[in-house]
Design a binder for this molecule. Structure first.
Ligand SMILES: Nc1ncnc2c1ncn2[C@@H]1O[C@H](COP(=O)(O)OP(=O)(O)O)[C@@H](O)[C@H]1O
Ligand SMILES: [Mg+2]
Length: 271
């Protein structure tokens, strides 16, 4: 059984955090979604790290079933355990204790808990799940932590957890790259959501991985108005290559990226 760290997320009294958050009417559950390869995982991980660095208990849920992200975001040795999201979704009903048993805590960042698929797994590794388990997982997480960030898969048509996360979250970051393929992707997928109780008000449109040649005029033409612009950071790309996304971004040219993550955290979570 997973040995939860003293003072770790599930033993900590989260009430003050929750009160703070309700007072400011900010989000508890944030879904990060967008076109394939647009930077969803980068943004979700860096937002989670930002909150954890500020001593806020945060659960990061990595939905990707086709390319499990646990082995990509940090060295296996940095995690306290090696549990899978698949074990949670495989149950008939999801309970608090099932979630607690299948979370991974980070050895150096004690405010951070990660749930995701393990290396080598795919959606057929476990019995099929449906919207029941996905909804129950999100409902229970709300009782377990004050902040929950869901790194959604792009393909919502056959990714139940990501689709449910988009419906049930308090806020959605809708990421898009400044290119026609990325925009075409979203206009193809958005009709899938329109038939459901998709709440357009809770969405923030975000331009992601913006390069210096994508001048803001040109970007507005292509994307329309966006609330946030997340710049390209070569240092971040290097962190991704070395599978070490929880390292600090120390270089000067990452400043724009760091500032935008701070801005998003303030706007969405109020912290
Ligand atoms: N802000 C950024 N700065 C630098 N590189 C980025 C940024 N956002 C995305 N990337 C690049 O795009 C790739 C895909 O990012 P990722 O977060 O895995 O996308 P997604 O989760 O949307 O599929 C990364 O490997 C990285 O090289
Ligand atoms: Mg991803």
């Amino acid at each position: 059984m997973l040995n939860f760290k003293k003072g770790g997320i599930f033993s900590r009294n989260t009430e003050p955090d929750k009160m703070e958050q309700e007072a400011e009417n900010s989000a508890q559950v944030l879904a990060v979604w967008g076109s394939p390869g647009c930077g969803k995982t980068m943004v979700a991980v860096k937002l989670a790290k930002h909150l954890a660095d500020k001593k806020k208990n945060v659960v990061l849920v990595l939905c990707d079933m086709t390319a499990p992200m646990l082995p990509c975001i940090c060295p296996a040795g940095d995690l306290e355990s090696d549990h899978s999201l698949g074990s949670i979704l495989a149950a008939t009903h999801v309970t608090d204790s099932l979630i607690k048993h299948n979370c991974n805590t980070h050895k150096k960042i004690s405010y951070l808990t990660i749930i995701g698929m393990r290396k080598g797994e795919n959606e057929y590794t476990y019995p099929a799940h449906n919207a029941t388990q996905a909804t129950e997982l999100l409902d229970h997480l709300r009782d377990l932590a004050p902040y929950i960030i869901i790194d959604c898969g792009s393909y919502i048509a056959n990714d139940i957890l990501s689709a449910v996360a988009l419906m049930e979250s308090d806020a959605v970051l809708r990421l898009v790259n400044c290119d026609l393929k990325s925009i075409s992707y979203l206009s193809s997928q958005l009709p899938l959501l329109k038939d459901h109780k998709w709440d357009a008000d809770k969405q923030y449109k975000v331009a992601s991985n913006v390069k210096s040649n994508e001048a803001s005029e040109h970007m507005e033409q292509v994307l329309g108005n966006v609330v946030f612009q997340i710049p390209h950071s070569p240092e971040l790309a290097t962190q991704m290559l070395s599978g070490n996304l929880f390292a600090d971004l120390a270089l000067k040219d990452s400043r724009g990226f760091r500032k935008e993550i701070e801005k998003i955290a303030k706007e969405v979570f109020g912290c």
